[in-house]
Ligand binder design. Sequence first.
Ligand SMILES: Cc1ncc(COP(=O)(O)O)c(C=O)c1O
Length: 369
Amino acid sequence: MRTITIKPTAITHNLNQVKKRAPHSKVLAMVKSNAYGHGVAAVLPALTQADGIGVATLIEALEARQLGWDKTIGLVEGAFTADEWQQAIDHEVSCVIHHVPQLEWALDNVPPAASATRVVWLKYNTGMNRLGFNAEGVIAAAKHLHAAGYQLILTTHFANADDITHPLNAVQIQRFKDMLATLKESVSNDVKGSLCNSAGVVNFSEHHYDWVRPGIILYGSAPVIDKSAQELDLQPAMSFSAQIIALQTVSANDAIGYGSRWIAQKDTDTALVSIGYGDGYPRVVSEDAYVSVIDSTNNRSYPCAVLGRVAMDMIVIDVSAVPDNTSLLDSKVILWGDAPHVDEVAAHAHTISYELLCRLSIRPKRVQA
Ligand SMILES: Cc1ncc(COP(=O)(O)O)c(C=O)c1O
C-alpha cells in the first residue's frame, strides 16, 4: 500500500533543535503549503511549543484557526485584498505588509487595540527582490503604522542563506541591522525584528533577532548545503513507502519500462513497486537513485537501484543484491524516510526536498507513527 507516515515526535524534536540554536528568539513555525506536504492537522499538535505559525494564504490561516490553533498566525504575503484584510482582523491573523495597497488597507481599517492583527510584519526588501518596501518606503510605512497604533516587526527574507559563503548574505544582514536601528531610533524602540528562515537559524546564529521563521528544518530536511540532516541532528518527519507487487528476472540485453531506457547488462532480478509520479515520486530521477527494500523475514533494509523511467503508478528496482529475493512479494519499500533521506532523493531528481514534499498527491494513504 502506498503510504505517507508522519512522525509528530520528529517534528517536536526538530522544533527543539531550532529552540536550542535560537534560545532567545520566538519561533514562527512555517506550516504553509499544508505543512510542507505533511498535513497541517497532523503537524499542529507537534508544534504546541512554537510561539506561532506562518502561512502563505488566508485560507491556510483560517484552516489553522479551525483546527484550534489559538496562538499567533503570521500571514507571510499579507492580505491580497481589502476584504482579506478584514477577514484577517476577524480571525486575529497577523499580516505582512509589503506594499502600498496593504498599507492603505491597514491604515483605513485599524483593528481593535487588543487584536493580534495590530501586530504587523513590515517587509523590507534587502536584496531578494520579491516582496518588500525599499529603505525609504519602509521608514515611511513604519511611521504611519506606528502612528495608527500598530506594533511592528521588521522582517526580510534571505535569498541565499543555505550557502554561508554567498556574498549577498552579509549585505542583507547589514541592511536589516541598519534599518532596525533606524526604526528603533526614529519610530519606536519597541520595533522587533525577524530575519532568519531555517538556513539562517543554522548559519547566522548572531542574527536571530526576536522571531525566527523555520520551515524545512522542522520537517527534518537539511536547510544548508554543507551539512546533512544527520549532522544537524534532525529527524525525518515523513516516511514514504510502497510495496513490491511483482517479481521478474530480466534477461541480459532486454530493456525496462517506457522509452526502453535501461538495458540489462546481465540477467537481473527485478521487482515492481507500486509507486510512481502519480503519487509524487519524481519522474526525473538520475541513475543513482535508490529505494530501500525491507526484508520482512529479518527486518533488514537493502538499497536497491531504480531502473529505467518512473511511470505514473510503478517503478522497477534491482533486487539482485537482496538474499532470497524470490520471496520479496508484498515487501515494504521505502522511497524516502531514514534511508534514502528525502534530501538524497531530491538531489537525484535535481530539485529540493521542499518540492518533493509539497507535491505528494492525494493517492497515498496517510497515517501517523
Ligand atoms: C517569509 C518566509 N519565512 C520563512 C520561510 C521558511 O523557509 P525555510 O523553509 O527555508 O526555513 C519561508 C519559506 O519560503 C518564507 O517565505
